[in-house]
Design a protein around this ligand. Structure first.
Ligand SMILES: C[S@@+](CC[C@H](N)C(=O)[O-])C[C@H]1O[C@@H](n2cnc3c(N)ncnc32)[C@H](O)[C@@H]1O
Length: 295
């Protein structure tokens, strides 16, 4: 019922597999429509108005967008899943005061994901992979190649949770601890025990991020578990507020990484950082624990 309502609100032109308005699919069609409705002269006029350099860069962006959108669809067809598209949150069912701080649902490209995760040391067989704002759950599918013990996605949009859960049916058995999606606002998520890799692909603004980082810090202060945080965003400016927020906890140090190259399966190149829990914060926790419980 809710799903039908959301579809109705979102339907106007191009729809994804589930019938939701998909911004990633409409670019080429929009260009063809413009050509058909206004003719070549209008295009020439627009190029004149914008300048040649800006027009070439605009066309380049759109070509890249179309190639990446096709790569996404190929990925989905190969696995029999639905992870493609760029869905606007305003058309989805979200019961959270944080809805307006969330970003659109776009999945991390598979090459971008591999580039970021190669910064983690192996083996990861004790680790739980957590994607905060997991969208349709593509990273959970991708993470099975890394030998994680378990994968958990956290997502607040009902329709995305349902799609992600359907996607996971095919891979659940690939993780000894299973793969699951939690339908919850990220600021209310309780982290599981054991070593963690927390993945954030620009899910929301600093208002929500502050709370999410605070919760992670509180969780880590109660245990000595290892923890990596991977933060990525196609907008480099978000790193300028993310880094100080994480630094405030004094729990993490940044790992050296290589900038991400341009991948043909990605709409945009991701700017990212990888952080590791400082060893001394783990050691001091163990020391505190042994002092309070000498046995
Ligand atoms: C850019 S997408 C990333 C999708 C996925 N992590 C990936 O990399 O493929 C951001 C996602 O975060 C979700 N999101 C935004 N704010 C949230 C919140 N407060 N709690 C849970 N999910 C949220 C959005 O619904 C969207 O699906």
């Amino acid at each position: 019922m809710e799903l039908e309502k959301a579809k109705d609100r979102g339907v106007s032109s191009i729809l994804d597999q589930e019938g939701f308005k998909d911004h990633s699919a409409s670019r080429l069609k929009r260009a063809l429509l413009l050509l058909r409705e206004h003719g070549v002269l209008e295009i020439v006029n627009r190029v004149r108005k914008q300048g040649l350099k800006a027009s070439i860069s605009f066309i380049g962006r759109n070509i890249r967008h179309s190639i990446a959108a096709n790569a996404s669809k190929r990925f989905d067809r190969a696995l029999g899943v639905d992870t493609a598209g760029s869905l606007q949150l305003e058309y989805l069912t979200i019961e959270s005061p944080n809805a307006s701080h969330g970003t659109e649902a776009v999945s991390t490209s598979s090459k971008s994901f591999d580039w970021m995760l190669k910064n983690l040391p192996g083996p990861l067989s004790d680790y739980t992979f957590v994607d905060i704002g997991c969208g349709k759950g593509r990273t959970l599918l991708l993470s099975r190649g890394y030998g994680f013990y378990r994968a958990i996605g956290v997502e607040f949009a009902l329709e995305l949770v349902e799609i992600a859960q359907r996607n996971l049916v095919t891979i659940n058995r690939d993780f000894p601890g299973g793969a699951s999606v939690v339908h919850r606002d990220a600021s209310l998520f309780d982290y599981p025990r054991g070593p963690l890799v927390v993945y954030l692909y620009n899910p929301f603004g600093p208002e929500v991020m502050g709370q999410v980082i605070q919760n992670l810090a509180t969780h880590l202060s109660s245990c000595a578990d290892d923890c990596y945080v991977i933060y990525g965003s196609s907008n480099a400016a978000t790193l300028t507020w993310f880094e100080p927020l994480l630094a405030e906890t004094d729990l993490f140090e940044q790992c050296p990484t290589q900038p991400m190259p341009l991948f043909w399966d990605a709409v945009r190149t991701i700017h990212y950082c990888v952080y590791r829990r400082k060893k001394d914060t783990q050691a001091s926790h163990m020391q505190r624990a042994s002092t309070s419980n000498p046995e």
